[in-house]
Design a protein around this ligand. Structure first.
Ligand code: BG6
Length: 501
């Protein structure tokens, strides 16, 4: 285990949604298992004036409901003792001066500092400017690192502008562009699955793979984030970042080593090899939809346009599906279908790889029903699973076949579930950028979605709708290349049956 140097973790937006839902719980989990360095100081920055004691009570209020069986009081006490609070309103220069004095003059704060931007994407640039202006990003006595959440910019140009402003104060090794999907165990397992098992490699190409589907569906809606989501939409929120990263891991060449640069070199090559979607071909490659009211888990839920803060004429997509081709030797002609949606019937994420049929259908006269292809499926959420569908003979006198599912659920009951943010926070403190995005990856991902963003921004008059709690909008089948390609309904055996979407 690598040793983490003493450091100060400053969280901007400490009282916000991301910090409450992800960062504070992840830090506390690390505290419980003794993975936080003894000399880690946590500094919450938020707009309101608060006393340290009040912030600590708030932290306890965030954590306690997560442990209905009772919280580890010893760990909680240790955790609370780490926290300090600093009021910092946007544009308040004096607050940054006070922050600078605090961090650089008060010995309680280790000189190595991580600044975590748990704020709205539009707020990041200003905070970096102010931190830079106050000299807080200079690595004089210790290192200084900045963590930036996705989306990085809202299109290619804005990402490049944001990057240029960061480079005024920061060097690339100081910038940690986080995509929490890369911190998920099953996502990392895609690499293990591919590169620690030789038997897959000969099959992992256009000779044997028919197409790849990457799906992320959620039952939740926008969770009070209308101000962010309505300017983002599903394409920016999920596809530009998380789903294109999953695609890169499935499709990349084996890296020279697992070092950050080698890994990211290979991912970026895949993203750059994605065939550009021209504005004329957007409708053949992309599909969007928006949820209307419906029922989820037996409860009535409002439509997107009825959510608080959403303009009544919004055409922001809450569902997006995309077909892309990777124009390189390995993947020539293989479609990759990506889709994501909010307020869908199920909450699940998976990568499903469909293989081609054998070159000769020797069993066509004896088989009952259509020829079934092989599938390999990596379930990411809600369960880490790996499944493979194969054909076997039905016992008996006739040569009938049926599909079986080899289910290699590899997560043992006793193995703890680790949230993606836990590992990623440790990586930032260790300075390991392997699971963070390099700017060229971000740019390449924006190049893929930018033409779609442009066309959708112009065509604001109509958006296909789907009822909350359904399988998404109808009509997405037009993305498929052939009639025998369709979205899998689930990872179960009957999930491969066609569905009219
Ligand atoms: C976030 C998006 O990045 O990922 C959210 O902004 C989305 O809209 C979330 O709900 C999904 O993450 P997970 O880990 O719950 O699949």
């Amino acid at each position: 285990m690598k040793i983490i140097e003493p450091c100060t973790l400053v969280i901007f937006g400490a009282a916000g949604n991301l910090s409450r839902r992800k960062l504070i719980p992840a830090l506390f989990s690390l505290e419980q298992v003794g993975r936080l360095p003894d000399k880690l100081v946590l500094l919450a920055c938020n707009v309101e004036q608060r006393r340290r004691e009040d912030w600590v009570v708030e932290v306890c209020n965030i954590l306690e409901p997560l442990y209905p069986q009772g919280i580890d009081q010893v760990a909680l006490e240790r955790f609370c003792a780490r926290w300090h609070y600093h009021a910092s309103a946007p544009g308040d220069d004096a607050a940054y001066q006070r922050l600078q004095q605090m961090i650089e003059e008060d010995e309680a704060f280790p000189a190595n500092v991580v600044f975590y931007m748990a704020v709205r994407p539009t707020g990041v640039q200003e905070i970096i400017e102010k931190l830079g202006g106050a000299g807080l990003l200079k690595q004089k006595n210790g290192w200084r690192r900045v963590v930036i959440e996705k989306p990085f910019g809202y299109d290619l140009l804005s990402a490049q502008t944001l990057q240029a402003s960061l480079y005024k104060h920061l060097d690339e090794p100081q910038i940690f562009r986080i995509d929490h999907y890369l911190g998920k165990g099953t996502v990392q397992n895609v690499m293990v699955f591919r590169f620690a098992n030789i038997l897959l490699e000969p099959l992992w190409n256009h000779h044997y793979i028919d197409h790849v589907q990457i799906t992320h569906s959620e039952t939740i809606g926008i969770e009070g984030r209308a101000d962010y989501y309505d300017n983002s939409g599903a394409l920016r929120d999920m596809i530009q970042s998380h789903l294109l990263q999953l695609l890169a891991l499935v499709a990349m060449e084996p890296p020279v080593t697992m070092s950050a640069e080698h890994l990211r070199d290979e991912k970026v090559k895949v993203l750059q090899a994605i065939r550009p979607i021209t504005q004329n071909s957007v409708n053949a490659h992309a599909f969007r939809g928006q949820y209307t009211n419906g029922t989820i888990d037996g409860k009535a839920v409002p439509g997107y346009l009825e959510e608080a803060g959403v303009p009544p004429d919004s055409s922001t997509e809450t569902y997006a599906a995309l077909k892309v081709f990777i124009d390189n030797w390995r993947w020539a002609g293989v479609p990759f279908y990506l889709r994501t949606g909010k307020r869908m019937a199920d909450a699940s994420s998976a990568i499903c790889i469909r293989f081609k049929n054998p070159p000769q259908d020797l069993l066509r006269h004896t088989r009952q029903g259509p020829q079934r292809p092989n599938w390999i499926m990596l379930g990411i959420q809600p369960h880490d699973t790996m499944k493979m569908e194969m054909q076997v003979k039905v016992p008996g006198l006739d040569l009938h076949t049926r599909t079986i599912s080899l289910d290699a659920t590899y997560h043992k009951g006793s193995e703890a579930n680790v949230d993606a943010y836990e590992g990623l926070l440790l990586d930032v403190m260790l300075g390991d950028q392997s699971l963070f995005l390099r700017i060229d990856e971000v740019e390449a991902a924006w190049r893929v979605v930018d033409p779609i963003i442009k066309v959708w921004a112009m065509e604001r008059g109509f958006i296909t709708s789907y009822p909350a709690g359904s399988a998404g909008p109808r009509g997405t089948y037009r993305l498929f290349d052939r009639d025998d390609q369709f979205w899998r309904k689930s990872l179960n055996l009957d999930g491969a049956d066609s569905q009219p979407y």
